[in-house]
Design a protein around this ligand. Structure first.
Ligand code: ZN
Length: 295
């Protein structure tokens, strides 16, 4: 299944969850269940936004965006993080109100059953999405799946805690659970936001990829050929690497080109999907830009 098919499915699941959890809050009057329901609204908007952004991310490179549109995914996870942040603050506000004017809960059995039902749907979907996210190397899908999974655990926690209210008579358990859920959502949002910003900042390739490239270059280095000034960056699942290839100045261009081709092929073999830019230079000479930068 494709990334966008999974995101469409998660829009449907979010709609179902909103229905079930809103009903659960309606029959019980529990702010804990309300905070759970609020998270699902966040899920819905985020899944729809991710769907739009992923469609853009998969668009081929064009004249205005010659390196492709991969970074669109980071906007999607950044947007999701902001939404989660807003929702959790709203939940904390509501729960504090309830803390100071506690109210009895009604039809708790029904409410908990509805909430557990929606958690089951989300749990199955999140597991499938997490697997697909690894296969497609998609941060948007991974963000969505992790978020769904958090929902499942928090819903289970809220449901379990609410069942204690009639047993113990402690009405403040409900707002307390709501606040705990909200704090957990805040933590989740912070992590997502950090990753999105990091992704927008032209991060270098992972140590693992960099290790493969270095190993390949080491094999290709000879008494005639050597490499330097390697720089790498990634944009979502697109990987870029540029470097200098220095060869003896008496080599004819045809020979240098054949050797360069071999280097490019080996690098692409070592890291799947790598886009390589190799600058061919005579031994002992660096281009103007490098000479100026290095004084
Ligand atoms: Zn160089």
């Amino acid at each position: 299944m494709s990334v966008s098919a999974f995101l469409k499915l998660s829009v449907l699941a979010a709609l179902a969850t909103i229905g079930l959890k809103t009903a659960a809050w309606w029959v019980t009057g529990s702010v804990g269940l309300l905070s759970d329901a609020m998270e699902s609204f966040v899920n819905l908007a985020a899944a729809m936004f991710a769907l739009v952004m992923v469609t853009i991310a998969q668009a081929p490179a064009d004249d205005d965006h010659p390196y492709g549109h991969n970074k669109a995914e980071y906007f999607s996870s950044g947007f999701e993080a902001m939404m989660i942040l807003g929702a959790s603050l709203a939940i904390i506000w509501t729960a504090l109100h309830r803390w100071f004017s506690p109210q009895p809960l009604e039809s708790l059995g029904w409410g908990v059953a509805l909430s557990i039902g929606s958690s089951a749907i989300n749990g199955v979907l999140a597991t499938a999405m997490l697997r697909a996210a690894r296969r497609h190397d998609s941060i948007a899908l991974e963000a969505d799946a992790r978020h769904l999974m958090t929902d499942v655990w928090t819903s289970v926690g809220v449901a379990g805690g609410l069942l204690l209210v009639p047993l113990t008579g402690l009405l403040w358990l409900d707002p307390l659970l709501a606040i705990l859920v909200a704090v957990n959502i805040l933590r989740e949002a912070y992590g997502l936001l950090r990753r999105s910003v990091d992704g927008l900042m032209d991060r270098a390739l992972s140590d693992e990829d960099r290790g493969r490239i270095d190993a390949a270059l080491q094999q290709l280095t000879s008494e005639h050929v050597h490499f330097d000034h390697l720089r790498s960056r990634r944009a979502a699942n697109a990987k870029f690497c540029q470097l200098h290839m220095h060869v003896p100045s008496e080599w004819l261009l045809g020979r240098a080109f054949r050797e360069r081709d071999e280097v490019e092929r080996r690098l692409i073999d070592s890291v799947r999907g790598l886009r390589v830019t190799i600058e061919l230079l005579p031994e002992g000479k660096e281009p103007v830009g490098v000479r100026q930068a290095e004084g």
